[in-house]
Design a protein around this ligand. Structure first.
Ligand SMILES: [Zn+2]
Length: 370
């Protein structure tokens, strides 16, 4: 048991006080309310919930699709940037390759979590059931969606999030079926119309994958998939590296979508020097803070969650709101009640930051990583 003293971000605002950690849990929080303005003026440590990233392909030179112990390596890298839980996200690939990657994830999940690793919450299957006309940086291994195939993949290891293009789904009742299985179905890499989006939402689609990127844009006479999201979505993920989406468009999305949350779409190039890296089966170039295919298409990002916090703050969000978009809302989206917030009984996944929003320490399940 130990205490942490400083400024603590709780679901009802900042407290100046202390927090008791017993084992892997927060067991007590005491303090007096304090405004964020005051918090940012004080030279005290600040405690916010660990980040939860629902879209991670790789990190520190390693791509999930390369198999082996890649996931353990990626999980260790996440902690260095404040991410305490994440979804291992696959790329579009031939079926045997997906089976192999999912088997690797299953093995990882069957082991007890190493204290130096962020927790893997499961799989985000990004493709292969996407539109070949909106690949973005996904390789061209797209396939027609078949329920039996998803059931088979889900049997290997449960799929938490599935990104698909609804206009490529012949029978929209399939989306209802996936939703009933507990899979969050998201629209992404889609060439679909506004109507396709609205219709898919009616059949149980619950989110949008990297909103604005790799989907039909909004035009006032043809509102596209972006229009469907802005008009009707409750949840959507967005990459706030300020390269994938203009700050103005981020503000539009924040006004329109109540539970907008942020992801990194992080790749092997994250945390590495400029150079060539693999993203699934494709070679990508990291340069000038971005990762691109040979033709210049953005190919995932090198964003980290702590950078995301600073980016959101730099475009005008309070630290409390930015934190919510990086921790509480992604947890809520997956239906996880034990994390994403600093409350009594929550898992002690904590990010400690200083006044400049730089990372000081990260706690995972009550253990410190300097
Ligand atoms: Zn991705």
């Amino acid at each position: 048991m130990f205490n942490l003293t400083g400024d603590i971000l709780t679901p009802t605002g900042w407290l100046q006080g202390s927090m008791t950690i017993t084992g892997t849990q927060v067991t007590q929080i005491r303090g007096t309310p304090i405004s964020e303005e005051m918090v940012m003026r004080r030279d005290e440590l600040k405690f916010i919930p660990g980040f939860i990233d629902l879209h991670v392909h790789g990190g520190a030179g390693v791509d999930l699709m390369s198999g082996g112990d890649s996931l353990a390596h990626i999980a260790r890298h996440q902690i260095k940037h404040g991410t305490t839980s994440f979804l291992a996200t696959s790329m579009t690939a031939p079926l045997p390759e997906l089976e192999q990657v999912l088997t690797g994830i299953k093995q990882h999940l069957s082991q007890t979590i190493d204290k130096d690793q962020a927790e893997v919450l499961g799989v985000h299957l990004e493709g292969p059931y996407i539109n070949p006309g909106r690949l973005g940086a996904q390789p061209a291994w797209t396939r027609d969606i078949v329920l039996a195939e998803i059931l088979h993949l889900n049997d290997i290891t449960p799929i938490r999030v599935l990104t698909l293009a609804p206009e490529c789904v012949g029978d929209r009742h399939l989306i209802e079926h996936l939703t009933q299985m507990g899979i969050r179905v998201q629209i992404g890499h889609s060439h679909g119309s506004y109507e396709d989006g609205v219709n898919a939402l009616k059949h149980g689609v619950s989110g949008f994958t990297h909103l604005f990127n790799a989907m039909t844009p909004l035009h006032h006479r043809e509102p596209g998939m972006v229009g469907a999201a802005l008009a009707h979505a409750n949840y959507a993920e967005l990459i706030p590296d300020l390269l994938h989406v203009h700050p103005g468009a981020i503000h539009v999305a924040l006004r329109a979508i109540p539970h907008l949350y942020c992801v990194t779409d992080g790749t092997a190039a994250t945390g590495m020097p400029d150079g060539m890296y693999m993203l699934g089966s494709q070679e990508v170039n990291k340069c000038l803070g971005g990762v691109r295919l040979k033709d210049g298409t953005l190919a995932g990002s090198t964003l980290t969650m702590i950078d995301a916090l600073r980016n959101l703050h730099s475009i005008g969000l309070s630290v409390a709101e930015a934190s919510q978009r990086l921790s509480a809302l992604p947890a809520q989206y997956l239906g996880l009640h034990d994390r994403g917030h600093l409350t009594e009984q929550a898992i002690a996944d904590i990010v400690v930051i200083d006044q400049d929003l730089h990372l000081h320490t990260v706690y995972t399940r009550g253990e410190a990583h300097a």
